[in-house]
Design a binder for this molecule. Structure first.
Ligand code: PB1
Length: 333
């Protein structure tokens, strides 16, 4: 064919035939340690270490086992963790009293983690479901539905307790309306508003991909489901309104959860609020799927492609159980 018939502006391959050129074509998609946050499960028994059967290479730790495990990861560059408390002897009751009890494993661990890892960013998940007898994320009326005001008050109390114990970030995963304002007001009243950030699980959907987590945490609802407070999977509109609500109430960071099936919501939220760092939570079901997607090399390739797509969609930080593997991949690179 004569060159006369080639349209120069339609010749793209000259722009990405080389690895460095390809990197230049993928702006803002690099994966560095500060772009990932590692969720960790904390048991009451300080010397325990239990494998999570539904999540290969994921463990539930007592603090005496978590610290050595984190020492290795911090050496490899780990920058932040998200802490989930699990109670086995502390009681579960209708208002989640154990969530902020002095014996709560999160409350007890925070000072020790602050001392052991002065540079590590400590975020705490704030929710009632691991601590309530009914397994819901809020307080219920006698008719078994979410009681809004007591739920917000209780979530704010728990967030404040974690802030006082040493959390740098409190991350309410409950999805109650107005809990961001409740938490922010509590931080301000206690002079902590400029030492503790609020990471809102703003766009969290009623997904079927939380199963392995709920098994690990024993945090499934005893009755009903969470569809009346987690967002309907098909609603981009509610996601936009939830993000706007939380920004207006003072959220420092926003989140979309789950991740991969909701990248359109990630892009929507990043475009809606470009100045708020945006987190993705790559949930337990996503972790299980990728973990079973092939041999170790295939898992690594699929994982890094997934993370690149999450960053391309607008995520600034990805909460992922793959953090140890990602750190080792980054080190190899
Ligand atoms: O990895 C996961 O599946 C995360 C599950 C998530 C933790 N923030 C919540 C989902 C759920 O069980 O509804 C826990 C709710 N507080």
């Amino acid at each position: 064919m004569s060159n006369l018939f080639l349209c120069p502006e339609h010749i793209l391959q000259g722009g990405y035939f080389n690895a460095t050129l390809r990197k230049l074509q993928e702006p803002n998609t690099s994966i560095q340690p500060h772009n990932i946050m590692y969720p960790v499960f904390l048991l009451e028994n300080e010397d325990a270490m239990q494998a999570v059967s539904s999540m290969p290479n994921v463990f539930r730790y007592g603090i005496n086992k978590l610290i050595p495990a984190l020492e290795e990861l911090v050496k490899q560059g780990l920058k932040s963790i998200l802490i989930f408390g699990i109670v086995e002897t502390l009681p579960k009751d209708p208002t989640g009293t154990s969530a902020d009890a002095s014996e709560n494993p999160v409350i007890k661990a925070l000072p020790r983690l602050r001392e052991a890892f002065p540079e590590l960013l400590l975020a705490c998940d704030v929710c009632l479901c691991p601590y309530t007898s009914h397994g819901h994320c809020g307080v219920l009326t006698d008719k078994g539905v979410i009681d809004h005001e007591p739920s917000v008050k209780r979530i704010a109390e728990v967030a404040l307790a974690y802030a006082k114990a040493g959390a740098h970030i409190v991350a309410p995963s409950d999805m109650m309306d107005n809990r961001i304002k409740g938490i922010k007001d509590a931080l301000i009243l206690n002079g902590l508003q400029n030492q503790v950030s609020v990471l809102s699980y703003s766009c969290k959907f009623a997904s079927s991909m939380y199963g392995p987590f709920r098994d690990t945490m024993k945090s499934s609802p005893m009755a009903g489901d969470r569809k009346c407070y987690q967002l309907p999977p098909g609603s981009a509109g509610l996601a936009a309104r939830a993000a706007a609500r939380d920004v207006a109430e003072g959220a420092d960071f926003l989140m979309v959860k789950p991740g991969l099936p909701y990248l359109d919501i990630v892009r929507q939220t990043k475009d809606q609020f470009p100045n708020h760092p945006l987190f993705i939570y790559q949930v337990s079901g996503e972790y299980a799927m990728i973990s079973k997607s092939g041999d170790s090399k295939e898992v690594e390739t699929i994982l890094m492609e997934t993370l690149t797509c999450m960053r391309r969609a607008g995520a600034d930080c990805i909460i992922t159980y793959f953090a140890p593997l990602i750190l080792s991949i980054i080190k190899k690179q």
